[in-house]
Design a protein around this ligand. Structure first.
Ligand SMILES: C[S@@+](CC[C@H](N)C(=O)[O-])C[C@H]1O[C@@H](n2cnc3c(N)ncnc32)[C@H](O)[C@@H]1O
Length: 269
């Protein structure tokens, strides 16, 4: 039975209100196939039945499940490579110089997905900056999806996930095979504190980070939401703070307030 068009509209509006993510008509197939997964798990007879329940109960366990299912969690280790080079060669050396008295480094990864991004950063720190071993390194990683946060905490990845972007030297140094999966060393997993945070809701009080990774998430928001999040971010970082966004995610209007370091890295002026 075909899913009712008005239900698609209502679910897309629910997602926009809850997460800021804009889904247009072309995403109906994506919505339908993802919601079929919940139907199978929870025994709904049709996507329509699930949608009707969701519309009646927008603050329920089902609602959280729908949010989890409809997020795009695409990620991989050292995604796009160049930003991580900029972090290693330009950004981190500058922060180390600036913070050498207090010996502290604070990083926030604001759309962690299944953890490959924050763990890539941690591996750079451990592998390339041994002098930071006696620094206070605080690393927060957040995502709207509770499922993703649980995955991050496990530090477990498949062979396919490791083959996407992870250099062999880091694989042999930091991962151990366990059955068909690979377990990331606790030395790395324990560097990061993971929690749920919705970027489009008021942010909790966050300590001022030195650098923020907020890559490949702004692209899903409308212009106004994107601007609000970037304004919050710039306020949190303050002058001199660094942040990384995905390709094309920064609106031209922000140009005067930041200095580009290339590959999606910016410093607040
Ligand atoms: C495409 S992934 C990007 C992951 C990683 N940053 C990267 O570049 O590989 C986007 C992530 O943003 C998260 N997300 C979407 N809307 C969000 C929101 N309103 N607040 C926080 N995270 C959100 C999704 O759950 C997903 O894990």
């Amino acid at each position: 039975m075909a899913t009712t068009k008005s239900n698609f509209v209502a679910v897309r509006e629910f997602i926009r209100e809850r997460t800021g993510m804009v889904l247009d008509d072309s995403k109906n197939y994506f919505v339908e196939t993802r919601l079929q997964i919940i139907c199978k798990e929870d025994g709904y007879e049709s996507v329509d039945e699930l949608m009707n329940t969701l519309i009646r109960r927008p603050f329920s366990e089902l609602a959280d499940k729908v949010v989890d299912q409809l997020m795009v969690n695409e990620t991989y280790f050292f995604r796009d490579n160049a930003p991580f080079k900029v972090f290693e060669e330009k950004v981190l050396p500058k922060i180390i110089e600036k913070n050498s008295d207090k010996k502290s480094l604070r990083i926030w990864c604001a759309a962690a997905s299944s953890g490959q991004e924050p763990f890539s950063v941690c591996m750079i720190i451990k592998d390339k900056f041994p002098a930071l071993a006696n620094w206070k390194v605080e690393f927060e990683a957040t995502d709207i999806s509770s499922q993703m946060i649980e995955r991050c905490k496990s530090g477990v990845y498949s062979d396919v996930e490791l083959r996407r972007g992870l250099p062999p030297s880091l694989k042999s140094r930091f991962f151990k095979q366990n059955g068909v999966n690979w377990h990331l060393s606790q030395e790395i997993v324990s560097m990061v504190k993971f929690s749920q945070l919705n970027l489009v809701r008021p942010w909790p009080r966050l300590p001022k980070p030195d650098v923020v990774f907020i890559r490949n998430v702004l692209i899903y928001f409308d212009v106004e939401t994107k601007k609000k999040i970037l304004d919050n971010l710039m306020r949190l970082l303050g002058p001199g703070g660094y942040f990384f966004v995905g390709g094309g995610e920064i609106p031209a209007s922000l140009g005067a307030a930041v200095e580009s370091l290339g590959s999606g890295a910016y410093q607040v002026k």
